[in-house]
Design a protein around this ligand. Structure first.
Ligand code: UTP
Length: 450
């Protein structure tokens, strides 16, 4: 794109101000700005502007009274059947793994991709290590290729790839680790003007985990999956090293129930806990974001005193590839967040706001839930699979996550293999050595002391 072309596009879209400092920029900055302008999807920008103008929340358009859905508990004969079905899928190479790691991790405040954050209680192994080694464990166990699709953003793509290179892909075959970039969207002021945060730079941020659909399509990942014969995708988030990646029972239930979208759900700790809630509404399943749950909904109880809306989603999903491909053709709802965004004043000086002054837009992957023809909901014990690293300290921090990892390993050793582990003993297990208790029964065990 050259200057004249950029000028035309911006004029058509009411964003001419992006070139106001053009003559003050050096050649390199001019080139970078043109590249940024070229990368902006003005059709999506128009949708964002419309949303700002109408101040609408996607949830406001939804009709029907939400009710609590039925949840499946995987045990007994059903569990055995599900495991067998999942193992068949994995062994046949029909399963892929999708990791969304394009977020900014601003609450954690770590310098680098969040997946590089050291979390191993003894070794300080990073989050990526635990994810990758689980993929490797399953691909060895089932003697199958399991492609690992890793979503990054423009901001952390290069560092993420470099991290995997540096660590030899944690033993995975490089050809089976596919990095792709999600879209970036410009921030806007109240009146729909795109924000310059420097004279030659547009403020842009990743388009949310829902940006995964457009990114899978744009980067040829659906084609890659089809070529490999991948039909089912396990989805999870980078900040939770407890996840049982592509767990056979979960994959199997999804397949047995011919679901398009399956979700693992755990009981909320109490009415106040902020977890997205899966509900039934108007003949569909739907996710209500915790910010959109009313007090009445949060605290409603059944006759037995249980929370009525009890099961929340920690973002552990299984998708049918065909379903994702179908949804990638549609527009997703947009969510806006009011943020403090640095701007440039008329003199070209950077101004740091003290109060929110602009909007960021995001898409959420769970917004496709109502579109799924069949859905499977599986209850799980949160202690086994949910301890995200969100904050630098306190709740959902590295400290709580490490404690949860240690407790999970201890439970596995004690419960499944009957090895007593003193509570204060430092403990860390390579997932390649023990993806679950079944492995340890076959191979023995590993304990490390300081
Ligand atoms: P979070 O909602 O926790 O956001 O993302 P975050 O960006 O990681 O952290 P904060 O809010 O800035 O502190 C949940 C998951 O979705 C991914 C994240 O990488 C994480 O795995 N995500 C989020 C993306 O891949 N892209 C995005 O645009 C946003």
């Amino acid at each position: 794109m050259n200057y004249e072309q950029a000028k035309d596009v911006l004029k058509q879209n009411g964003q001419d101000h992006l070139l106001q400092f053009w003559t003050k920029l050096d050649k390199a900055a001019q080139k970078a700005l043109l590249e940024q302008i070229e990368s902006i999807d003005f059709r999506e920008v128009a949708r964002c502007r419309e949303m700002l103008a109408n101040r609408e929340k996607p949830a406001a358009k939804k009709k029907g009274v939400p009710t609590a859905p039925e949840v499946t508990f995987l045990k007994g004969a059903l569990q055995k059947k599900a495991i067998a079905a999942g193992e068949r899928e994995l062994a046949a190479g029909r399963v892929g793994v999708l990791l969304v790691a394009g977020g900014q991790g601003s609450r954690l405040g770590f310098d680098g991709p969040k997946g590089a954050y050291p979390i191993g209680p003894i070794t300080n192994a990073p989050l990526f290590y635990f994810h990758a080694r689980k993929v490797l464990a399953l691909s060895r166990r089932y003697n199958a290729r399991i492609p690992f699709y890793v979503m990054t953003s423009m901001a952390n793509y290069a560092d993420t790839v470099a991290h995997f290179e540096e660590h030899g892909y944690y033993g995975l075959d490089k050809k089976d680790v596919i990095f792709f970039k999600q879209g970036m969207w410009p921030g806007m002021t109240e009146d729909g003007k795109i924000i310059l945060d420097q004279p030659g730079h547009v403020f842009m941020s990743p388009d949310g985990h829902g940006g995964m659909l457009a990114a899978l399509k744009a980067n040829g990942c659906f084609k890659d999956m089809a070529r490999r014969g991948v039909e089912t995708l396990f989805y999870f988030q980078v900040d939770n090293p407890l996840v049982n990646v592509a767990e056979p029972a979960f994959i199997g239930l999804h397949v047995l129930q011919k679901a398009e979208y399956s979700l693992k759900l755990c009981a909320k700790r109490g009415g106040r806990e902020g977890l997205g809630m899966v509900v039934r509404r108007g003949g569909h399943f739907d996710m209500i974001e915790y910010t959109e749950m009313t007090r009445e909904m949060n605290f409603r109880r059944t006759e037995d005193g249980e929370l009525y809306f009890k099961y929340g989603s920690p973002a552990i999903h299984v998708f049918d590839r065909a379903f994702l491909e179908r949804e990638a053709e549609k527009d997703m709802p947009l969510h806006l967040a009011h943020k403090k965004i640095a701007t440039v004043n008329a003199a070209g000086r950077i101004v740091k706001p003290t109060a929110p002054n602009g909007y960021k837009f995001e898409k959420f992957i769970f917004d496709i839930l109502p579109e799924a023809k069949r859905v499977a909901l599986v209850a799980f014990d949160r202690r086994d699979e949910f301890a995200p690293v969100k904050n630098a300290s306190g709740k959902d921090s590295p400290e709580t996550c490490r404690a949860a990892l240690r407790a999970k390993w201890r439970r596995q050793l004690e419960g499944e293999v009957h090895i007593a582990v003193p509570a204060d003993m430092p403990l860390e297990i390579d997932p390649l050595y023990m993806y679950d208790g079944g492995d340890i029964l076959k191979r023995g065990f590993l304990l490390k002391k300081d």
